[in-house]
Design a protein around this ligand. Structure first.
Ligand code: GLU
Length: 469
């Protein structure tokens, strides 16, 4: 059975790049009817926090990723200790008593000679007796993995192709720190092996770690999994996507009013596309069906906020149900201190869902439907102060009295009559109506307002506009 995993460290918000890694690992597992594991890599006690972990889980769930098994590395220290002991026992690891100062000196000497630093391997040579004596003295020690001399580790990456790395340059690396905490390259192997992970799908920044991990698999007699390293995501200036490029966490986008379906869809397109199609809109089910690692691009993908925004707009206009749109719109409305009946919101969105691309933008644009009183822009004030505007509004109110109902159709008829009777241009009439109903000269259509807003509210706005000027 195929088993993949996502292994985030809870040291910050879920980054878009990590979210894409999670999505690819998830799709791969689901496509093969396999298992998807979530593993919290919180061995770095100083940088990991419970809050970040909670937010990670929340964001992953929000994105629609459900996992089959869950682990937390901080709860598995006994297991790591056991395997560190195995490596000591079978001679693939050894205790190192070098002090920080000694190591610093080695480093400085290498620097002076202009050669890259690697640990000298000094403690490899300690006899059993020396080790025992140091331990009796209570000298602190790390555990180092013995890197075999002269090895070149070769592996076939499912995305990058064959990769070979000379391990001589590594030097014997630490697998357990002097405080007893195990290091990433060590625990990741133990976990992936014991959890039965068949495919390690992660960012290409981990390629240099892979040979170290392969050596540990071999030393413990574990089967080496397949590796698939995903290319980095770049910003539009072609440098690695980071905070400098603006919002880069899933949470940012969630708060802006992006839909998880749209973000999921967009992240999939960052470095992947199914062959022989120009299509860009895919449901999660379709993505599960179509996703293959062979179709992941081996060169970096460029993140475009504009494209994501466009895609979110497509979801709002065409993909999501009106009910869902209403459901998600409500909290955004409330966040702005506005409220309305669901049915009313529904009526508004039914007519306006094609006019915004994020929920936040939607609330901003559609505020006029929900506020008690509009505030007028400078241009609107100037227009409404005009004598013609007063005449338009008075006549409009008068005509409205003769109509039982107001609608987009009715307002169109009335505007035409007013235009003729007052001998004005159509534009003048519409601008005046819009300014009094929305406080702006541009924006939501007057006909839509009249279709949706109760007649009394329309009258109230016109009366207020008249009273002010
Ligand atoms: N905790 C590592 C990270 O966040 C995971 C690396 C891996 O997937 O092996 O980068």
């Amino acid at each position: 059975m195929v088993v993949s995993r996502f292994a985030p460290s809870p040291t910050g918000y879920l980054h878009l790049g990590n979210a894409r890694t999670a999505i690819f690992a998830y799709l791969f597992a689901r496509h093969h009817r396999g298992k998807f594991i979530l593993r919290i890599e919180d061995t770095d006690r100083e940088r990991s926090t419970k809050e970040f972990e909670e937010m990670l889980l929340e964001d992953l769930k929000w994105l629609g990723l459900e996992w089959d098994e869950f682990y937390r590395q901080s709860e598995r220290f006994d297991i790591y200790r056991e395997y560190a002991q195995k490596l000591l026992d079978n001679g693939h690891a050894y205790p190192c008593f070098c002090t920080v100062e000694e190591l610093e000196k080695e480093r400085e000497e290498a620097e002076k000679k202009g050669i890259p630093y690697r640990y000298s391997g000094k403690c490899r040579l300690l006899s059993k007796e020396e080790v025992e004596a140091f331990k009796r003295e209570g000298k602190p020690f790390t555990i180092r993995f013995k890197v075999p001399d002269g090895r070149v580790v070769v592996f076939e990456d499912l995305i990058k192709g064959a990769i070979s790395i000379k391990v001589d340059d590594f030097g014997d690396f630490v697998i357990v720190r002097s405080d007893g905490s195990p290091t990433y390259n060590f625990v990741v192997v133990i976990d992936d092996a014991l959890m039965g992970v068949t495919h390690v799908i992660r960012g290409e920044d981990h390629i240099p770690n892979t040979p170290k991990q392969i050596l540990i698999y071999e030393a413990l007699g574990f089967q080496v999994p397949k590796f698939a390293h995903l290319p980095v995501i770049l910003g539009e200036d072609r440098s690695k996507l980071s905070k400098r490029h603006g919002a880069v966490s899933v949470r940012n986008y969630r708060e802006e009013g992006y839909f998880p379906e749209a973000l999921f869809n967009y992240l999939c397109l960052l470095g992947w596309s199914p062959p022989n199609t120009e299509r860009e809109i895919f449901s999660k089910e379709e993505l599960i069906e179509l996703f293959r690692l062979e179709d992941v691009n081996s060169s970096p993908a460029v993140f475009s906020k504009e494209k994501l925004r466009w895609l979110n707009g497509v979801y709002i206009r065409e993909v999501l149900s009106l009910d869902r749109l209403v459901e998600e719109f409500m909290p955004f409305l409330e966040r702005e201190g506005l409220s309305a009946e669901k049915d009313y919101v529904r009526k508004v969105l039914e007519k306006t869902r094609d006019s915004f691309e994020t929920l936040k933008e939607g609330v901003e644009r559609l505020k006029v439907f929900f506020v008690e009183e509009v505030s007028y822009s400078q241009e609107a004030i100037s227009l409404l102060e005009n004598e013609n505007s007063r005449r338009v509004l008075e006549l409009f109110l008068h005509k409205l009295q003769e109509r039982d109902n107001l609608s987009g159709q009715v307002v169109k008829e009335l505007a035409k009559e007013i235009q003729k009777e007052l001998n004005l241009k159509a534009k003048d009439v519409w601008h005046t109506l819009r300014a009094s109903l929305t406080g702006e000269l541009e924006g939501v259509g007057v006909d839509i307002i009249c279709d949706v807003m109760p007649k009394e509210k329309v009258i109230k706005r016109i009366v207020r506009a008249l009273g002010r000027f």
